[in-house]
Design a protein around this ligand. Structure first.
Ligand code: FRU
Length: 477
């Protein structure tokens, strides 16, 4: 007995010692790399990203004790994917952020090699709990982590890990099983986890549903397959995100292609999701979004912006926080979080402009926001150019022709008499919002190409309330 107690205490001690040593090493690696990375003028300053090195999916947004916490997939040891950890940032307003020590690490002694994507939940007493996919030289498992302090700075792996294994599926084989997302519905707690039912034969990307067996959120039962992707080409579903919005449920899928949304009805008794409409979330450099559902029902989404070149000492950032809503026809609408307006610094406008040629605005810089309502009038097309060189010879072009918005080759439908256009430029990163649609892109222009212009062709267009702002950094340090 005494021996058992001693062994257990020792195991706990070595786990903590391993955690502390691994996190110290990981944080030091990022700090060393940051010296080089922060020197880069093209690096975003108002998008969430680590101080240096690799970022991918946003994970586990949560609100606790008046503070928002956000995590993301992070490689502390390089600017390419690898050694997945969960990096950690916090904010009081979802706009200004503070970087914190890395939260989750692969427990090497326990056989973990990566801490993959996941989500956050809350226990009945309000204590947060994180869920993630544990990857090692074995089948994937779903693990949990719980905080050790009230500021959520230190985490420990849940003593009940693994909280879910493939044994939960009985005879059903779920391949590439990963990325648990937590939600509550009508008093019950659920997880959805992605994967596929048909590994090599093509298709059957799936979302599996699990229900908590007790309030510990450490015991789960498999309720079956919630959703199978209707497209054969969608071979595997990563990062399924499932939440209530506007009286419906929304499922976000990342199936190795542009993330999609499905809107429909969640049938908890049957454990099924009946889809009524679907669409594309963001056809740009965007993947693996995650969503925070606030107590008042507001849904805020972040995605991973990718497509950066290697070798810069940093790679990847999150999108701006986007507030989600549903149109009456079941379209997912995204608008930038209104509080982002607090980042505005210098400005030109608002001015009602009649534009018949390319007209540079008298304000430039690496961090910009532009807003205007465009009416084409006589013009055949109108738009903006960004990342513009001083002589106007080089620029990225955004074009609207009354039917479609073309973000330098990435096109979204945008029919109507006017277009409410909002453009964010943050170093290499651009986000364009119009009519509830969003496009994120990476433009690897020259560092000094930071000009901005409006234009129209074959006639004059109106740009009403045209305003260009410089934006401040979101970081405290
Ligand atoms: C999506 C993804 C997830 C996985 C994570 C690993 O980008 O592949 O499915 O959990 O990234 O970093």
């Amino acid at each position: 007995m005494l021996f058992c107690l001693l062994a257990a205490a020792l195991a706990g001690w070595t786990d903590d010692a391993e955690r502390d040593a691994l996190l110290k090493k990981a944080d030091a690696s990022v700090a060393a790399a940051a010296k080089k990375a922060t020197f880069d003028a093209q690096r975003p300053t108002y998008h969430v990203m680590p101080a240096a090195n690799w970022l991918n999916d946003p994970n586990g947004p949560l609100f606790h004790d008046g503070v928002y916490h956000l995590f993301f997939q992070h490689n502390p040891y390089g600017d390419a994917w690898g050694h997945m950890h969960w990096a950690h940032v916090r904010s009081k307003d979802l706009v200004n952020w503070e970087r914190l020590p890395i939260a989750l690490w692969p427990s090497l002694k326990a056989g973990e090699e990566h801490v993959f994507s996941g989500s956050a939940g809350k226990l009945a007493d309000g204590t947060p709990i994180l869920f993630y996919t544990s990857i090692g030289k074995r089948l994937p498992e779903q693990w949990a982590a719980i905080p050790e302090d009230k500021d959520l700075l230190k985490w420990k792996k849940h003593p009940a890990n693994p909280i879910l294994t493939e044994k939960h599926h009985g005879a059903t084989k779920v391949w590439e099983w990963s990325d648990p997302y937590f939600f509550r519905h009508e008093g019950k707690a659920y997880l959805v986890v992605g994967g596929n039912l048909n590994e090599t034969k093509g298709g059957k990307g799936c979302v599996e549903l699990y229900e908590a067996e007790d309030p510990s959120l450490a015991k789960w039962k498999h309720r079956g397959t919630l959703f199978v992707h209707p497209d054969k080409e969608a071979k595997n579903i990563e990062c399924p995100i499932f939440f209530a919005l506007g009286g419906k449920h929304v499922l976000l899928t990342s199936a190795y292609r542009t993330p999609e949304y499905f809107v429909g009805k969640f049938e908890p008794k049957a454990g099924k999701f009946l889809v009524e409409s679907r669409g594309t979330v963001d056809p740009g450099a965007f993947y693996a979004p995650s969503t925070l559902v606030e107590d008042d029902g507001r849904c805020v989404m972040w995605g991973w912006i990718r497509d950066f070149r290697n070798g810069m000492g940093w790679n990847g950032c999150l999108t701006l926080p986007r507030v989600l809503s549903l149109s009456p026809g079941g379209k997912l609408m995204q608008t930038p979080l209104p509080k982002l307006a607090t980042l505005r610094d210098k400005s030109v406008g608002p001015t009602d402009m009649k534009v018949d040629a390319e007209t540079p605005l008298e304000l430039g810089g690496p961090g910009l926001e532009f807003s205007a309502t465009i009416a084409l009038k006589e013009a055949r097309a109108a738009g903006v150019t960004l990342r513009r060189s001083g002589d106007g010879m080089r620029a990225v072009r955004i074009k609207w022709d009354g039917k479609e918005l073309d973000v330098s080759g990435t096109k979204v439908p945008a029919a109507g008499p006017t277009l409410d256009l909002r453009v964010y430029v943050d170093g290499m990163v651009t986000e364009v919002y119009a009519g509830g649609l969003a496009v994120s892109r990476v433009f690897d222009a020259k560092a000094n190409d930071t000009g901005f212009a409006v234009w129209a062709e074959d006639g004059a267009a109106n740009f009403d309330k045209a305003t260009l702002w410089t934006l401040k950094s979101i970081w405290k340090e």
